[in-house]
Design a protein. Structure first.
Length: 148
């Protein structure tokens, strides 16, 4: 039987891949890896209030289709944008457009990773098989779709 902590940890695996990929793209002047941590942390923290808002909206009795197609993406993208405004534009490491793309991408990965873990753990409360299905789906469709 698969343990919920294992499933939650697996939910972060796609994010780790994307962080590696983003970091490897800057071959000319890569930023220090720790420079990405504030962006990842800010976006992970913004996931929590977004989850609360989504939970409150789901209590309003709206249809599941509306919640999945309209409400969740709007709240998640607004939250992701709010977390993204904290990029360190005045940092001495911020020296090119690619740096901005890297920071935005790594921040998006932070949001997506914690969001994946949240959805996978919620699915696990129904069944381990549903958690694995949710993980498999979100691993491919919840990466850094775009950067803000």
């Amino acid at each position: 039987m698969v343990h919920s902590k294992t499933i939650a940890a697996l939910a972060f695996a796609p994010g780790l891949f994307w962080l590696w990929y983003i970091y490897r793209r800057d071959v000319f002047e890569p930023e220090p890896r720790l420079a990405h941590c504030p962006h990842i942390s800010a976006r992970m923290l913004i996931t929590l209030p977004v989850g609360v808002v989504e939970g409150l909206v789901s209590l309003a009795g709206l249809s599941d289709v509306y919640l999945v197609v309209v409400a969740a993406p709007v709240y998640e993208e607004l939250g992701n944008f709010a977390g993204g405004i904290f990029h360190r534009y005045h940092d001495r490491e911020f020296d090119s457009q690619l740096t901005g793309i890297e920071y935005a991408g790594s921040g998006r990965v932070g949001f997506a990773s914690l969001d994946n873990a949240r959805y996978v753990v919620l699915a696990y409360s129904s069944s381990p098989l549903e958690a694995i299905d949710t993980f498999a789906f979100r691993a491919f469709f919840s990466g850094p779709r775009r950067t803000h």
